[in-house]
Design a protein around this ligand. Sequence first.
Ligand code: PGA
Length: 252
Amino acid sequence: MSLTMPKRTPLVAANWKMNGSQAANAAWLRAFTGRRPEFRCDVVVCAPSVYLAGLVASSEIDFGAQDVSEHSLGAYTGDIAAAMLIDVGCRWVIVGHSERRQLHGESDEVVAAKAEAALAAGLRPIVCVGETLAERDAGDTLAVVQRQLDAVVKRVGPAGLARGGLAYEPVWAIGTGRTATPEQAQDVHLALRARIGVIDRTAADAVRILYGGSVKPANAAELFGRSDIDGGLIGGASLVAEDFAAICAAAG
Ligand code: PGA
């Protein structure tokens, strides 16, 4: 049973990862923008930072970054501050994606600091949590995602988290074609919401918990139909505008 009724406005976020070019992005926008009015869900496109200013200038869609520095302006070569993302008209940012955690060694504490820096600048962070296959097989799924969640909640509070969103992305389902079943995802989403609800029931009811990991047009509706799945974070399938549009249509 869901903790919440009625459901929250769904949010579907594209995560383009390190893909795109000026020409490909323009073609994507041409294909997607005309369809945007069909969808009743919120939509955000998280693009490589180098393209964000141009994308914001050329479209009414909401854009987000894929990472942000935990520091404010200063001597941090190569990093991008939350204030800079706001400055170019960006409204969202993904923090703690498993590729950042695994390939760039981001700890739970760093992810929490990034979420805090984003909120302080007025960006909405989408905080990613998720277990590896070994952790799932060991029966540690809930312990892992709760640890990742707790680090962020300790820093920004449940209300801060609710201003952005939470994304459950099992690492074994990302880019593998192997999706969590709707039941597997719903179980984790329900547990995450319950954990937030222990501290702040209102925030727990409000926070959008997205599922990510091999979401496609063919499986989106079934996932989004579960009571605690409030949309998706879409990688590979978001690169094809028509597929992303079909996933948005499945959300509302
Ligand atoms: P995928 O990626 O949809 O390609 O599995 C999701 C993500 O990593 O956010």
